[in-house]
Design a protein. Sequence first.
Lengths: 388, 251
Amino acid sequence: MNVIVPKTAAELNYGLSLPHRKMEDWRWTDLRQLIDRPYPPRQTVVAKGVEKLIKSSPFAKVASARMVFVNGHFAAEHSQLKNDELASKVKIEEPVIAMNAAFATDGARLRISGNADTPIELLFVSTDAAPRTIATRNVIEIEKEASVTVIETHMGEGAYLANCVTEISLGESAKLDRIKVELESGEAIHLSHTHVTLARNSVLNDFTLTSGAGVNRQNGTVEFQGQGIDAKVSGAFMLGGEQHADTRLVIDHQQPHCTSRELFKCVMDDHARGIFQGKVMVRKDAQKTDGKQSSHALLLSETAEFDAKPELEIFADDVVCGHGATSGDLNHDHLFYLMSRGIPEAEAKSLLIAAFVGEAFDVVAHEGIKEALVKFSRKWLTQHRRAG
Amino acid sequence: MLEIKNLHVKLADEDRVIINGLNLSVKVGEVHAIMGPNGSGKSTLSYVLSGREGYEVTEGSVTYRGEDLLAMAPDVRASKGVFLAFQYPIEIPGVATMQFLKVALNAQRKARGEKEMTTPDFMRYVKERAARLNISPDMLKRPVNVGFSGGEKKRAEILQMAVLEPALCVLDETDSGLDIDAMRVVADGVNGLRSPDRAMIVITHYQRLLDYIVPDFVHVLSQGRIVKSGDKALALELEANGYAEFAGEAA
């Protein structure tokens, strides 16, 4: 990282330099502008309304073993699982990780061996009246041939800055289904970095729903460290108001014979702004890589915005790689067809929007979780899109 | 049931006039065939009746059961019983056919102040009708028209018609792209829906469909207006002589 020269009040508070628009990866998300006040670290763990927040998780009815983190600390009384002890390994110089290293208080430590039949839900709950930084560092190790479904749910109330770094490693032939939902408070800032390393023949199915925070920046890095890996990374944005969400994903193919698929479906209404920066890197040794990436945006208002920056960096000569990005409003022919069958306009639009984002849910294999996502998207549509 | 008087329609973005003084009166229980060469305004007529964007009515009126049809939104027309079987049915990814049919039927019932149909009743109701049209349960699970063959799309349109039970059916080139066997299935489906309470407008370029769906009246559309009307014999006459003799009449 650059030499630390604090520039703003918030930076003085952090004691470090915030990323800003002159840094290529941060050109759309200038934290010097977006973080307009200091968010000091939280000192105490007194929290109210935790039960209520836990119950409002979209997955409250999905049978799962839960680990709850309240304001950055593991809350054993709300959790069914114990926290393990695992050391953090990621040493990347990246602003979100640096900030997390300075402020992280706790986090989930999971080591999975064998086949876990019940999903594990990591629930991060933030409750505070004053602006605070709440930082967590999770370490998840999935051993050789083990498989598990992990849900990461982020919720909260009030104005806070959540910083969540998750380190995941999959052993040989291990399998992870990961579902992250960002449903932070609308006044909150959510920063995250998810770093995944994949060993030979492992399988990753990753899905992220982004819908809560006023400002969201999510980094993802997926390292293909062995052969025969199959990874799918999908996401959906459902944004309205003045929400800002920026996802930067790096798919790093280091070994031959791996497959990667990314599909992002982004719905933006009002003045919302969505950004998808997806980079597929194919290193010299990663021959026979099959990588495809696409991002599609649905803009429901004239003032909504979507920026896509797809990148392919290919150093191997025998690969199949592609990317595509589209952006537009609802298809008028689709709308007319539905209306011509008697479906009123507002309902027809909802149906089409739900169908649009729903495509990204296909990566989720667990029926109960998928159903909860569909239900959430319908709820978002009814709450967000007023009839007419 | 339907009264079209002196209808003039142009494209909304261009000055091109497509329907140019069309008159047509359809009574309940009747089947009218509208035939005409390409570009005579057949499809435009179907779109204007169903309320598609992009067309502007500059003169004339369309009255449906005593009401001004042109003033209604497409979904209102549908709930009042107007149905268009599309020449090119539209593919809608992500919306399962069964779900689409259920939402459509219940929206129409709701608009008419009727009770919504329960899921088990609805499933039975659709499956019965689907079987008659050789539509498999698998097809009903697939997204609306996505990946359907030309014949499957046309059968799916007729299934929608059978499910929604409209009072006025407009069939736009329902025979296009169908082989004889597929056309027979579609025509049987349409004939099954003929009723004294229902009127149909069958738009077609070729006479062959009318061998299977026998109309009460045949009209020739040329340059945006009806230039000749008669009974089913007129269709045969057109088949023998072509449209050449009508080409200049409306000018």
